[in-house]
Design a protein around this ligand. Sequence first.
Ligand SMILES: Cc1cc2nc3c(=O)[nH]c(=O)nc-3n(C[C@H](O)[C@H](O)[C@H](O)COP(=O)(O)O)c2cc1C
Length: 320
Amino acid sequence: MFETDVTRLLGIEHPVIGGCMQYITGPEFAAAVSNAGALGIMSSAMFPTQGEFREALLKLKSLTDRPFAVNLNLFPALRPIDNELYAEVIMAEGVPVVETSGHLPPDELVGPLKEAGIKVMHKCTSVRHAVSAQRQGVDAVTVFGSEGGGHIADLGFTTMSLVPRAADVLDVPVIAAGGIADGRGLLAALALGAGAAMLGTRLLLSEEAGVHRNLKDALLAATEYDTVPILGSVHNTLRAWRNGAALEAARLEESGAEFLEILQVVAGVNTRRMMDRGDVDAGVVACSLAVGIIDEVKPVADIIGGMVAEAAAAAAGICN
Ligand SMILES: Cc1cc2nc3c(=O)[nH]c(=O)nc-3n(C[C@H](O)[C@H](O)[C@H](O)COP(=O)(O)O)c2cc1C
């Protein structure tokens, strides 16, 4: 229905990308997104060893024959991440697309991936970083506005301002991320010059997302008032759902607490407890301002198909 530079580049049916979500976008989830005609992205950082990562990748390949991507995490991480080890497996297993997010991907990473015929996309939060990524040779850039759930950085630029600027300045295709959760947002992203929209929070509230129903219900009840940027004090700003853990982290930051004390609250082990056991104040979870327009947990295919149909209807309805 919407053929764009990004759908052509990636060989996907719909101009939609399922954003990487730590602890959620494993092989089954990424396959569900790809099988729905979008681009599924599997997290690599979820798999601590090269062997576990290879096993997950083989599983993903067995679950879809559509294009998919693997995310390489270039954010500062507590567990040292050796992306070279993941890259070895990615090249050996013929992964079609790699997404990097966080710091600019170094030549040593992009060069071999490109030589192996792999398409590389980079996700960043400013046009300045997008231009650097393009110079580095990436095939597409995702610009991530601060409405979104996840690491939004300190700059505070919004999707509405980032996407047209990036489309004006870059030669490579642009993907819009941050605050997009329905067909209206998808259409707006395309109108602003993006070739696809990336979804995080909308897909967190899908049937396939392996998180406890208590958390899904709490997020369904949330609105745009219910997120909070935290971790700005350590220059790693994260837009999170405003629950007990996020407010405690914000309080500690405000009082000038040591990072190790803040870490006790934001540690991944607490997030896992929340996701697995449904103790909704136990840990921190990324969450978009768009959470307020999400009112139903649906299968991934219905979310993506419905969004594309809604975007087409919205385009037709604009001048009525
Ligand atoms: C629960 C959750 C976890 C996320 N984890 C990651 C991650 O590990 N790496 C990453 O690059 N982005 C991560 N993101 C960001 C998403 O990939 C995506 O860019 C973002 O959610 C888009 O904004 P939206 O939430 O408004 O749709 C996460 C987002 C959410 C909601």
